[in-house]
Every structure is written in structure tokens, then in C-alpha cells.
Design a protein around this ligand. Structure first.
Ligand code: GDP
Ligand code: IMO
Ligand code: MG
Length: 420
């Protein structure tokens, strides 16, 4: 009777898709609980790379139920594109996919509102993925949204009403020029496509599974530092990305939660704007970007790169109640002589160890240095033995955080994973 929750502890793109895929054989269900097509989760197996945006990362395994929970926002057009791609190789995926009637729909005008809001912000823009995430969650909270359950019947009156309201904002507030007619046509087609799927009250489905002693994995999207409440506001996304979001985003009680798996990269990345104390805007940062192929899975943008930040990591581990860690992309730091980790911040000459209200430009990270490791990935996978320097790095993080690193990832492929 357990829900395990996997959450990103940094600014997203930690490798959640890969680890969900690795854990899925031990699960009966994999469920997304927040976010939407702003997510890009990459899985690699059999020499093929798959990127998922809306569909849970358990979809490739037969016999596993996949749920798009009530906390998710869905763009039907992107959903349809994803399904059509997946159905080329596996016709049966729709049988194992369930969508919550309470999930919220992203309308074409939400995308325009996202673009208009970003344009109006000028230099202080968020760097949103422009998928309409913020405006859709705004409508949900203001009780104006269109939900999946609405489109089971005649949804046009509700749709038109919402669209009219959006158009008024777009024209009057933003004086925004746009044309959605082509996208809108695709959107209505995609709604008809979605109507043929299993649109259900997923909270009953998930809780029944729990009662039957089935194992459920909740797959977080984005990362804890992008959380609407605790992230680096306003440079955040519009949902609760923390483990607590899995309860409201799926309809499971906190008493059902067992393990909280926190996932982080051996270094740090961020896409979009906002503070990043350990960012490296030099050739080291560029080297990490190249070695780690740090380019966005959703937007293709360059990911900003920097050293691991333990002040931030400890903060997000506290907020999530992490019970075990997964460290990703250790192979990327293979050729570095020295690896640094921020163990504190210097603010106004004072050493600060607690994550502050705001990450200002005045913050100077205090680093501890580690000698680099040169691992032979093949050999490590064969023997399971880690080089001393990498083991020291792991020991240090475990000692600082008080939580064990149970999974170590040393390559993008499903197989390049070690259970420690
Ligand atoms: P997610 O959003 O958290 O699922 O992560 P993304 O898929 O956006 O980004 C992670 C990227 O790193 C993807 O391109 C993965 O294929 C890749 N990746 C995951 N784990 C590893 C690893 O251990 N080593 C390397 N080199 N790449 C990895
Ligand atoms: P996954 O699930 C990394 C970032 C955007 C932007 C901010 C707000 O792949 O880890 P939004 O479109 O949500 O309004 O954008 O959040 N962002 C992500 N960054 N990974 C993600 O998802 C992200 N989803 C949103 O770049 O800075
Ligand atoms: Mg991603």
C-alpha cells in the first residue's frame, strides 16, 4: 500500500525520465501529478531516445498502469502528437493509459497569454517554455478552467466563453497580435482524439490499486527550485513540484506515502531566467554543457551550468522529506581535474548555510574542492566498483545530507545505472 514519489531536487532536467523508466519494472502504476508539456523527460534504451512531455515515463513497460493525474495541465495537440509517435511502435499503449477527468486543459489562447505576458515583462521575463502553463494554472485557481471531464460532452459553449475572456485580455491589456486559427483547428481535432481515451476519476483508480497492495510511483516534473511556493520566485513554474504536490495532484493521502526519491545531478543546471549562485559563465560551464549535452529537451535552449549547490540541495531535501537519493550524470564530470561543491553562501561577509528568502547577486558561494575522477564507465558497470575519488564525493554528500545515495547514474542509457 505504498506511493513512492520521485522528485527533482534542482531546477528540473535532473534525469527523472530515466530513473522512472529504471524503477518501473518494480511498479504497478506510474503517475504524473503536476506540470504539463513544459516537461521534457528523456528515456534511452535499445539505442533509441524517447522524449515525453505529458505521458508518464512508465508507458514503455507492458502491464504497468500509467496515469495523468488531476494536477496536470494537458495540451491536447501535444498529447496527440506524443501518442501518435508512441503508437507507431506500440498500439497497446492506450490500454494502459488513464487520464483524470479533473486534469486541466491548455487552450490555444493560454499559449498566447503566456507569450503576451512574457513579452510584456521585457527584460524581467521568466523564460517560460511558452506552453501556456502559467495562464492555465491561473484559470484553474480562479475557477475558470476547462477540464478534461468537460470535453466528454459538448464543450463548445464553455470553450468559447473562456476564449472570449482570454481574447479580451490579449487585446485590451496586452495589445497582443496573434493568430490561433490553425492551432485551434488542430486543438479541436485533438480533443476528438482524446475523447477516445480512458478519461476516468483517476483518484479512485489509484486508491483502489493502493488498497490492493499495488505499488505506485508518482513522477514529478520540473524541480523543487521551480516550485511555486518554495522555488526562486518569480522565476518558477506555476505548480507545486514538491513531494506534497503528489498528494493533491493525484488524490492520495500523505499517510500512503512511503519512499521519497530525490534526484539530482552531480552538478547543477537551469533553463530560463532567474538566480543561480553556482553558475559558471566561463569555459568550465561550457565544458559541462558540452560533456553533459545540456540542451533543453522541450525547447532546445542552452541549459545554464554550474557546480553542485549543497545549500540548495539540503533545502529541497528538507521540503520534500527525501528518504533516498539518486545522483545523475557522474560520467559528465569524468575529465575534470577539480570538482567544486558549494557548502555555504557568503552574504554581506557572513557565512550562511540556510537557503535564504531571495538569491541575490551578492551571494558568493563558499566551495569545497574535490579531485576529479576518471571512471571507465564500462568497467564500473561490469564490476560495480567505483573509483576512490567518486566514492569520496558520494560519501561527502551523504554525510552532509544524512541520506544515502541509492542510485548512481553514469550514462543516459537505461543500463548505465548502479544500485548502491
Ligand atoms: P528530466 O526532465 O528530469 O527527465 O531530464 P531530461 O531528460 O530533461 O534531461 C536529462 C538528460 O540527461 C537527458 O538527455 C538524458 O538522456 C541524460 N541523462 C540522464 N542520466 C544521465 C547520465 O547519468 N549521464 C549522462 N551522460 N546523461 C544522462
Ligand atoms: P522537466 O520536467 C527545466 C522552467 C522554464 C522557466 C520556468 C517557467 O523536464 O524537468 P513554465 O513554462 O513552466 O511557465 O516555465 O520553468 N521549466 C523547466 N526547466 N525542466 C523542466 O521540466 C521545466 N519546466 C519548466 O525554463 O524557467
Ligand atoms: Mg527535462
Amino acid at each position: 500500500m505504498a506511493v513512492n514519489i520521485l522528485v527533482g531536487l534542482q531546477w528540473g532536467d535532473e534525469g527523472k525520465g530515466k530513473i522512472v523508466d529504471v524503477l518501473t519494472p518494480r511498479m504497478d502504476a506510474v503517475c504524473r501529478f503536476q506540470g504539463g508539456p513544459n516537461a521534457g523527460h528523456t528515456l534511452k534504451f535499445n539505442n533509441t531516445k524517447h522524449v515525453l512531455h505529458t505521458i508518464p515515463s512508465g508507458i514503455f513497460r507492458e502491464g504497468v498502469v500509467n496515469v495523468i493525474g488531476n494536477g496536470v495541465v494537458i495540451d491536447p495537440v501535444i498529447f496527440k502528437e506524443e501518442i501518435e509517435k508512441l503508437e507507431k511502435t506500440d498500439k497497446a499503449i492506450r490500454e494502459r493509459l488513464f487520464i483524470s477527468k479533473r486534469a486541466t486543459l491548455i487552450m490555444p489562447t493560454h499559449r498566447m497569454l503566456d507569450a503576451a505576458s512574457e513579452a510584456a515583462k521585457g527584460k524581467s521575463k521568466i523564460g517560460s517554455t511558452l506552453k501556456g502553463i502559467g495562464p492555465t494554472y491561473t484559470d484553474k485557481i480562479s475557477r475558470n478552467a476547462l477540464r478534461v471531464g468537460d470535453v466528454v460532452g459538448d464543450y463548445l459553449p464553455k470553450y468559447e466563453q473562456a476564449k472570449q475572456r482570454h481574447e479580451e485580455i490579449l487585446k485590451k491589456l496586452y495589445q497582443f497580435d496573434y493568430n490561433i486559427s490553425e492551432y485551434e483547428e488542430k486543438w479541436h481535432e485533438a480533443i476528438a482524439f482524446m475523447q477516445t481515451f480512458q478519461l476516468v476519476d483517476t483518484e479512485h483508480l489509484v486508491n483502489k490499486m493502493l488498497q490492493e497492495d499495488k505499488k505506485v510511483l508518482a513522477e514529478g516534473a520540473q524541480g523543487s527550485l521551480l516550485d511555486i511556493d518554495f522555488g526562486t520566485y518569480p522565476f518558477v513554474t506555476s505548480s507545486n513540484t514538491l513531494s506534497s504536490g503528489a498528494c493533491s495532484g493525484l488524490g492520495v493521502a500523505p499517510s500512503r506515502v512511503s519512499e521519497v526519491i530525490g534526484i539530482f545531478k552531480a552538478y547543477c543546471t537551469r533553463v530560463g531566467m532567474g538566480p543561480f549562485p553556482t553558475e559558471l559563465e566561463d569555459e568550465i560551464g561550457e565544458r559541462i554543457r558540452q560533456e553533459g549535452q545540456e540542451f533543453g529537451a522541450t525547447t532546445g535552449r542552452n541549459r545554464r551550468c554550474g557546480w553542485l549547490d549543497l545549500v540548495a540541495l539540503k533545502y529541497t531535501m528538507m521540503l520534500n522529506g527525501v528518504t533516498q537519493l539518486a545522483m545523475m550524470k557522474a560520467d559528465v564530470l569524468n575529465n575534470f581535474e577539480t570538482i567544486k561543491v558549494a557548502v555555504g553562501y557568503k552574504i554581506d561577509g557572513k557565512l550562511v548555510k540556510e537557503f535564504p528568502f531571495e538569491l541575490t547577486d551578492e551571494i558568493e558561494p563558499v566551495y569545497r574542492e574535490f579531485p576529479g575522477w576518471k571512471i571507465d564507465v564500462e568497467e564500473v558497470l561490469e564490476t560495480g566498483k567505483l573509483p576512490r575519488n567518486l566514492q569520496e564525493y558520494i560519501d561527502f554528500i551523504e554525510a552532509e545530507t544524512g541520506v544515502k545515495i541509492k542510485i548512481l547514474s553514469i550514462g543516459a542509457d537505461r543500463k548505465a545505472t548502479l544500485n548502491l
